[in-house]
Design a protein. Structure first.
Length: 250
């Protein structure tokens, strides 16, 4: 199944790149929270949904691009959770920091995650306790959060969503390096040991974090709230689908 999901993510990314590298018309609208959404987001959503139905039709699909009434899924503990184009702002800025995110939630826990960065042609994947990175050279290697010899930790933060609490957090840390990045790639850098801490205080939804959490935890890391709890993917109790603040770390 994981290999099929990886192929689906690559197929979706290939479509996204036809818009990214050409002069094809990109239609932009804005959601209620003033974040942009494009026809590319919707087309990616359709490709992933059709692919998932062929791979495993018994699980419902919850997507950022279909914000309908989720109450019909309140009793579901197993479901697909997708963000077809994570980092739409980065896509429109053409900085390459956008991803295709697909995750499988089993018993309200992300157990499978795939994150594909089509502009970079790098794919991260995980299932249970194994995580991998596959580069544009076709090289696939297992990754682990501990693969680092840094003496000063690298903190990675959101490029497009700064928050006030982050500044207060950084003041408490004496020695660190800081890097800004868009989309779920922040989780991936934690998982492969390039970065050590990804602090997040601002608003995120469960589709923003599920695939990344699956990859980080499979690589030996943690994703937890600031009170030390796990992020909640139970649809029966996650009424708004919003996450509290969290920290991903080695």
């Amino acid at each position: 199944m994981l290999e099929k999901i990886c192929n689906l993510a690559r197929h979706t990314g290939s479509m996204i790149m036809t818009f990214y590298t050409s002069k094809k018309l990109i239609r932009i609208s804005y959601k209620s929270d003033d974040t942009p959404v494009t026809n590319v987001d919707h087309e990616a959503n359709n490709i992933i949904k059709k692919g998932l139905v062929l791979i495993e039709p018994n699980f419902p699909i919850i997507s950022e691009e279909e914000l309908y009434d989720f109450s019909v899924y309140r009793t579901c503990k197993d479901y697909w959770l997708i963000d077809p184009l994570d980092g739409t702002k980065e896509f429109l800025k053409k900085n390459g920091e956008f991803t295709v995110n697909i995750s499988l939630i089993r018993n309200s826990v992300p157990v499978l995650g795939v994150i594909y960065a089509p502009a970079l042609n790098i794919l991260y994947s995980a299932f249970n306790e194994n995580a991998w990175k596959e580069t544009k050279l076709g090289v696939k290697e297992k990754i682990n959060v501990s693969k680092s010899n840094r003496k000063i930790p690298l903190l990675i933060t959101s490029r497009s969503h700064p928050d006030k609490e982050l500044n207060n957090y950084l003041k408490k840390i004496k020695h660190y390096e800081l890097k800004n990045m868009g989309s779920s790639l922040k989780f991936c850098l934690i998982a492969e040991g390039v970065a050590q801490i990804y602090p997040r205080f601002g608003e995120t939804y469960i589709w923003d974090t599920a695939a990344g959490q699956a990859i980080v935890t499979a690589a030996g890391g943690r994703v937890e709230t600031w009170t030390g709890d796990n992020l909640n993917y139970s649809l029966s109790s996650c009424s708004s689908l919003l996450n509290p603040g969290f920290c991903a770390h080695a």
